[in-house]
Design a binder for this molecule. Structure first.
Ligand code: NAD
Length: 343
């Protein structure tokens, strides 16, 4: 019997508890040795503890250095700052790894296998914003500050190159907007080119592309890409785009990686439109759990989980509504657990 691995579990908001229960059922069936410490954040944190990121949750992750997290709701416009962004800052989770792999064939795109590596701590996404009052209008002007540092660029670019090489990828594409945001994203492109020349040119191919052209090419011919690395806001948008290539947000996992901790989650949000209806596709979080198993070096278990997901979707043809099926979350989960138990 292997040792237990302490890990923090945040069920999250909206569909979070439903997909987290599905994922726990699959991990239990696999015999994954996680010892969960359940904590709260997001809207659940506000309603239960008056805090979107309670101290107990931070303390738990500081102790376990490992978390599986359901989506956390963030109000648009006013209201509290995103707990996701705060978690990334708190634990310096600088790399956001978002793979997109076709599991269910026959969609608009087939055989997609690409990875978005998103810088997770800097750029325009961090939400350093304010309004400027003119005359009587306190919101006359809205301003945002984007910050990219040379060190931050190096950090994420090194992660992307090393990850690409370690996983046998062929090419890293640097996505930027250095033609217009010459300083903010110019520093990212320039750092990439310098690092490539100094350290990676004999080990992997690299090219660069402007983000708007990248979005167009991802729709026209996504197969030309392999690993995309980009700044925070562009990575946020492009990773939803590539999720769309593989069947939608229900199929897109993400890992937030830092030196002090790693937090695994689905790319999608709390999906309030289907919350509590037993309709959510738990596959994205299940695939995030497989990434978490890889992270703790339980790669055989990760492979078994991925194979069981594949078999449930493609042999048993049990699929949730977002994939054109009629299975509920719980019916899908039971079929997956049967696959894990019986092969
Ligand atoms: P969303 O990702 O929650 O939903 C977008 C659409 O995709 C909806 O139609 C939803 O029903 C569908 N969808 C998402 N996940 C699905 C799944 N697993 N199965 C089936 N359908 C699924 O995006 P949104 O509505 O813009 O955001 C809702 C809330 O989630 C917001 O408060 C936002 O801030 C938050 N959010 C959190 C995270 C996170 O915690 N990492 C990420 C994105 C958004």
């Amino acid at each position: 019997m292997s040792q237990t691995i302490p890990a923090t579990l945040i069920p999250g908001d909206g569909i979070g508890p439903e997909i987290v229960e599905a994922t726990l059922a699959a991990l239990d069936a696999l015999g994954a040795p996680f010892e969960w410490d359940r904590q709260i954040a997001g809207l659940e944190g506000v309603t239960t503890a008056g805090d979107p990121l309670p101290q107990a949750t931070l303390d738990s992750i500081r102790r376990t250095r490992l978390a599986l997290k359901g989506p956390l709701e963030t109000p648009s416009g006013g209201g509290y700052r995103s707990s996701n962004v705060r978690l990334r800052e708190e634990f310096k989770l600088y790399a956001n790894l978002r793979p997109a792999l076709t599991i269910v064939p026959g969609g608009r795109y087939d055989k997609i296998d690409l990875v978005v590596v998103r810088e997770n701590l800097e750029g325009l996404y961090i939400g350093h914003e304010h309004f400027v009052q003119i005359d009587d209008d306190p919101h006359a002007v809205a301003m945002a500050t984007g910050i990219n540092t040379r060190a931050g660029c190096r950090h994420i670019l090194e992660y992307a190159f090393e990850h690409a090489i370690a996983t046998g990828r062929k090419k890293v594409t640097i996505v930027h907007k250095a033609n217009i945001m010459k300083a903010l994203t110019g520093i990212f492109k320039e750092t990439a080119e310098q690092m490539y020349e100094a350290k990676y040119k004999d080990r992997i191919a690299m090219d660069t592309i402007i983000v708007d052209a990248c979005a167009m090419k991802l729709v026209l011919n996504p197969w030309q890409f392999d690993v995309l690395v980009t700044t925070n806001l562009f990575g946020d948008i492009l990773s939803d785009l590539v999720a769309g290539l593989v069947g939608g947000l229900g199929m897109a996992p993400g890992a937030n990686i830092g030196a002090d901790a790693a937090i695994f989650e689905a790319v999608h949000g709390s999906a309030p439109d289907i919350a509590g209806q037993n309709k959510a596709n738990p596959t994205a979080l299940l695939l995030a759990a497989a990434m978490m198993l890889d992270h703790v070096k339980l790669t055989d278990m990760a492979t078994r989980l991925r194979q069981a997901i594949d078999a449930t979707l493609n042999i048993d043809l049990v699929r949730t509504g977002d994939l054109g099926g009629s299975a509920s979350t719980t019916v899908f989960t039971q079929a997956l657990v049967n696959r894990i138990r019986n092969g």
